[in-house]
Design a protein around this ligand. Structure first.
Ligand code: NDP
Length: 251
């Protein structure tokens, strides 16, 4: 099951946190991986770790808010691996920025650019490539439980993480007949670089609300990446997969 031998996956923000966990899950099942990451040092460390696991992995410098850098990373990926089968649009951030009515317009726009437009921009050339190849493809975005539950002080983040769910459903319908599946992963709270600015009260609340009594761990993210990239999820598209230990079902 979940044999990804011969496949090529792009993972944006694959040089740390959840993205690196997705890469680990993909490499364990035999996928080749192209990391599109901004920080060169983090790219190098992630590649070294994944290669030590036996992975055929390369990183490309890429700020996903910049279409030119996406085009360069994409052509580098095609040159190196010859194709792309799946793409995890995972890079994102901009969590707690304060009360909505106090938040500057530019901060809102930056969050939209990073968490929504970056996904559209990343998926566009890859969709074109998959359509030209007539290949089955899988597009996955890292949304968040924040997109389906209210979170004080993070309205821009919640809004954009909800918006990508609309994008997922629209593209699932647009691309389904071409064999391209589109799904979202909604993780609950997990300690990463991004979540360093998360208020302690929120972290404690998230743990209390999780039905299984703990917050998420990076290892919890590996299996879902392999599943969504694999043929075993071939009948699944337009879905929001919640991985939060039961946080979002709490009354
Ligand atoms: P990290 O800070 O560990 O990772 C964020 C990643 O995004 C980094 O690899 C970072 O790369 C990359 N990134 C940020 N901005 C850009 C950009 N403009 N261009 C390219 N890469 C960029 O945080 P997480 O792993 O937690 O976050 C990953 C995703 O998971 C995000 O979309 C986040 O919203 C989501 N998420 C996180 C949760 C959590 O609790 N941690 C819960 C639910 C969702 P670099 O360092 O090179 O800039």
């Amino acid at each position: 099951m979940f044999d990804l031998t011969g496949d090529v996956a792009v993972v944006t923000g694959g040089n740390g946190g959840l993205g690196l966990a997705f890469c680990r899950g993909l490499v364990k099942q035999g996928s080749r991986v192209a990391i599109w990451g901004r920080n060169a040092d983090k790219n190098a460390v992630a590649v070294e770790e994944l290669r030590a696991m036996g992975g055929d992995v390369t990183a490309f410098a890429c700020d996903v808010t910049d279409e030119e850098q996406i085009a360069t990373a994409f052509s580098g990926t095609l040159e190196r691996f010859g194709k792309v089968d799946s793409c995890f649009a995972n890079a994102g951030g901009g969590g707690f920025r304060g009360m909505s009515h106090m938040t500057e317009r530019q901060t809102w726009l930056d969050t939209i650019d990073l968490n929504l437009m970056s996904v559209v921009q990343t998926w566009s050339p890859i969709t074109q490539h998959l359509l030209e190849r007539g290949a089955p493809g899988r597009l996955v975005v890292t949304s968040s439980v924040a997109g389906i539950v209210g979170m004080a002080g993070a309205a821009g983040y919640s809004t954009t993480k909800a918006a990508v769910l609309g994008l997922v459903r629209a593209l699932a319908v647009e691309l389904g007949q071409a064999g391209i599946r589109v799904n979202a992963i909604l993780p609950g709270y997990i300690e990463t670089e991004m979540s360093l600015d998360t208020p302690q009260a929120f972290k404690d609340g998230a743990r209390r609300r999780a039905a299984i009594g703990r917050n998420g761990r990076l290892e919890d993210m590996e299996g879902i990446a392999a599943f969504l990239a694999s043929r075993e999820s071939d009948f699944m598209t337009g879905q929001a997969v919640i991985l939060d230990g039961g946080h979002s079902i709490f009354p």
